[in-house]
Design a protein around this ligand. Structure first.
Ligand SMILES: Nc1ncnc2c1ncn2[C@@H]1O[C@H](COP(=O)(O)OP(=O)(O)OP(=O)(O)O)[C@@H](O)[C@H]1O
Ligand SMILES: [Mg+2]
Length: 271
């Protein structure tokens, strides 16, 4: 809507996890390289935690984009708010199982686990690696679900894991996993993403503007510092505030986003 006013080819601050916009802050870079390491080395499982809106899903999506489809078979579970049998069914379905049973949960779990085992072995025989990402895993409170996920890590041949499980979620997930010793002992890597620093917030804004084709001077001097103060360096909040500022500035026919405009829009919303 406001793109042509600001000379943009894209909206720079959409709140969707689009890998094309990834800004490689040191911690996003480190988080991504650890995820890639777990996957490429065929480690059993890894954990990525972080505060709300800091880029966990974006890193998961970026990892998936980088995986060579000729080598990796993947499942990305975006919403694991499912019971234990449904979650296993969903993973199996994403990995290509089609002939799944539909009745009696306990029987079903064994059958689904068996089907998953076959799929994983076939993948390995075909020279493929299997990667399952569970996003938003902090919503999994049913211990049976964690138990089923742990069982997936028992699929091994000659001490090689047949799948890599990446668990992403908000900070409380770490305590949940730490209290489940059998599961946490299998994690090869744990990494936590925090907010951006003030300088990173400035670079983040410039980076996203740049990808969207904007001039770096679109945001006046001092605005990045103010945006950092208002948002605590959380990317989703930064996006929200910057998007509103671009919209409001367009409405006023402004030529630049300045501190007054940032103050004005942030007074109207909780960013
Ligand atoms: N390093 C980054 N580079 C570019 N954009 C980013 C970065 N980190 C986060 N974002 C953007 O911030 C927004 C929130 O990111 P994302 O959805 O990945 O956060 P999250 O940690 O998964 O949040 P939640 O805890 O709510 O699931 C998205 O629009 C995403 O593209
Ligand atoms: Mg997320």
């Amino acid at each position: 809507m406001y793109e042509s006013h600001w000379g943009l080819s894209l909206k720079p601050f959409e709140n969707t996890p689009d890998p094309n916009f990834l800004y490689h802050s040191p911690q996003h870079e480190e988080g991504l390289s650890r995820l890639l390491y777990i996957v490429s080395e065929g480690k059993g499982a890894g954990l990525l935690t972080g505060v709300f809106g800091c880029g966990k899903t974006l890193l998961g999506q970026t990892l998936f984009k980088e995986l060579d489809r000729d080598i990796y078979k993947t499942a990305f579970i975006a919403n694991p708010f499912l019971n234990y049998s449904e979650l296993l069914m969903h993973i199996a379905y994403c990995l290509g199982a089609r002939d799944l049973p539909k009745n009696k949960q306990d029987v079903l779990v064994n059958v689904v686990l068996e089907r998953l085992g076959e799929i994983l072995e076939n993948n390995m025989r075909d020279g493929k690696k299997t990667v399952v990402v569970i996003d938003e895993a902090h919503v999994i409170t049913d211990l049976r679900v964690w138990e089923e996920l742990r069982l997936l890590l028992n699929f091994q041949i000659e001490n090689q894991f047949l799948l890599t499980l990446l668990i992403l979620g908000q900070p409380e997930l770490k305590a949940m996993i730490d209290s489940n010793k059998q599961f946490s002992q299998r994690l090869a890597v744990k990494y936590h993403l925090g907010p951006l620093t003030e300088q990173e917030t400035k670079d983040y804004i410039s980076h996203r503007l740049n990808i969207a084709g904007a001039s770096e001077t679109l945001f006046a001097q001092g605005t990045a510092k103010l945006i950092y103060k208002k948002t605590g360096g959380i990317p989703r909040r930064i996006n929200h505030l910057c998007d509103l500022a671009l919209f409001a500035g367009f409405g006023k026919n402004s030529k630049v986003i300045d501190q007054d405009l940032i103050n004005e829009v942030s007074a109207d919303v909780e960013c």
